[in-house]
Design a protein around this ligand. Structure first.
Ligand code: SAH
Length: 341
C-alpha cells in the first residue's frame, strides 16, 4: 500500500503520473471527476478507466487516509468530526450550516506551536503538520456528512495555516480547482495569528481568497501576553504587512478580535483599536471568548460587548459581533470559530 494520498495531488501532478504510466493526460480529469464530483466510494466504481490502470492507481496512491471516528452534534446544526490519521493522531473538522451556507472549518496541523493563552489548540503542544491530502479529505468527509458540496471553507480549525504554508496553499488550490470541488476562492478564508512571511507570500499568489488576521489586542504588551507570536511579529510590523497586502491584492482583511472580560474589552481599548485600524479598509469580527479549561478568562457581558462594537461601528469600521449564545459556537469547542454565520 502506498502512503501518498491521491487527494493531495494537484491536477497537473496527476496528469504527470498518467503520462508516466503511458496513459493520456485526460485520465487525470476523469479521476478527479470520480473523486470530487461523483464521489466514488472505491476505485472499482471508476469504470471508464482501464482495469490495469486502476490497479496502477491502487498501487501508487491511498484513496482515504482519514478515518471518521465520531460525529458530534445533530444534522442541521454545528457538527464536529473527530478524525484519525494513519499514524494514529487525531484531528477535527467542523461543519457549520447556516441558512444557504454549508461551511467546513478545517485543521492544518496536529496541535499548534503558537500557544495563544486563550486557545485550546496549542495547549497540548505541536505534533506535526497536515499534508494537503489530509486537509482536502477533511472537506470531503464533511461533504459526505452534509450530503452535498460545501459552499465555504474556513482554515480556522486547529493549527496555524502559515506555519504549514505550502501544504495549506496546495489544499486551497485543489479545493478551488473548477475540475474538483470548485469552491470559489472568495469562499475560502485563511485565518492567521499574524505570521508575517505567510501574509507576504499570500499577497503574491494571485488567489482571491479571504484573509483573516487574529488581533485580539490593540497594543503590543497585551498582545504579547495573549499571543506569544507577537514578540516575533509585533503589531506595527504586522499592520504594515496587512497594509501592503491590501495595497497589492485590493482585498479587504478581516481582523478577528476575541473579547475577554477585563482584559481587552474596555472603552479605552476599543478606541485604541479604532486608532490602529482607522486608516485601513478592513472588517472586524468580534468573538466572545469561548471558555477553555486552562485559561481563567471569561466572556464579557452583553452590554460591554455591544459598547465595544458600537465604538468601532461609529468610527466607520465595518464590524460584526456574533451572538455568544449560539449553539454553533459552543459546539465548535472553544478554539474553533468561523466567520459570518
Ligand atoms: N491559527 C489561526 C487559525 C485558528 S484559530 C489563527 O490564530 O487565526 C481561529 C480563531 O479562533 C482565531 O481568531 C483564534 O484566535 C480564535 N480563538 C481561539 N481560541 C478561542 C477561544 N477560546 N474563544 C474564542 N476564539 C478563540
Amino acid at each position: 500500500m502506498s502512503p501518498v494520498p491521491i487527494h493531495g495531488l494537484l491536477l497537473e501532478e496527476l496528469e504527470a503520473f498518467c503520462k508516466e504510466q503511458g496513459q493520456p493526460s485526460f485520465r487525470a480529469k476523469q479521476i478527479w471527476d470520480w473523486l470530487y464530483v461523483k464521489r466514488a466510494a472505491s476505485l472499482d466504481e471508476m469504470k471508464n478507466l482501464p482495469a490495469p490502470f486502476r490497479a496502477q492507481l491502487a498501487e501508487n496512491f491511498s484513496f482515504q487516509c482519514l478515518e471518521k471516528l465520531e460525529i458530534k452534534g445533530a444534522p442541521g446544526e454545528t457538527q464536529k468530526l473527530l478524525l484519525k490519521l494513519v499514524d494514529g493522531e487525531l484531528i477535527e473538522a467542523v461543519l457549520i450550516p447556516a441558512r444557504t451556507r454549508r461551511t467546513v472549518c478545517v485543521s492544518t496541523q496536529v496541535g499548534c506551536k503558537m500557544a495563544c493563552a486563550f486557545c485550546a489548540s496549542g495547549q497540548c503542544g505541536f505534533r506535526r503538520n497536515l499534508t494537503a491530502g489530509e486537509i482536502v479529505e477533511q472537506v470531503l468527509l464533511a461533504t459526505d456528512v452534509y450530503g452535498e458540496r460545501p459552499t465555504n471553507i474556513v482554515y480556522m480549525g486547529v493549527g496555524e495555516p502559515f506555519d504549514n504554508y505550502d501544504e495549506t496553499l496546495k489544499s486551497v488550490r485543489i479545493l478551488n480547482h473548477p475540475d474538483g470541488l470548485g469552491i470559489g476562492a472568495r469562499k475560502i478564508t485563511i485565518s492567521t495569528s499574524g505570521v508575517i512571511p505567510g501574509i507576504e507570500r499570500l499577497a503574491g499568489e494571485g488567489l482571491q481568497v479571504e484573509l483573516s488576521v487574529s488581533l485580539h489586542a490593540p497594543e503590543n504588551e497585551l498582545r504579547s501576553k495573549l499571543m506569544p507570536l507577537n514578540k516575533r511579529y509585533p503589531l506595527d510590523a504586522l499592520m504594515q504587512a496587512c497594509a501592503d497586502y491590501t495595497a497589492k491584492t485590493k482585498r479587504i482583511i478581516t481582523f478577528e478580535y476575541t473579547l475577554i472580560k477585563d482584559l481587552n474589552n474596555s472603552a479605552a481599548q476599543a478606541r485604541q483599536l479604532v486608532k490602529l485600524l482607522k486608516k485601513f479598509s478592513c472588517r472586524v469580527n468580534l468573538i466572545p471568548l469561548s471558555p477553555v479549561e486552562e485559561f481563567a478568562g471569561e466572556r464579557p457581558d452583553s452590554e460591554t460587548m455591544k459598547a465595544f462594537f458600537q465604538t468601532l461601528e461609529k468610527a466607520g469600521i465595518n464590524t460584526t459581533l456574533r451572538d455568544s449564545k449560539g449553539s454553533a459556537l459552543k459546539a465548535a469547542c472553544g478554539q474553533l470559530r468561523a466567520r459570518s454565520l
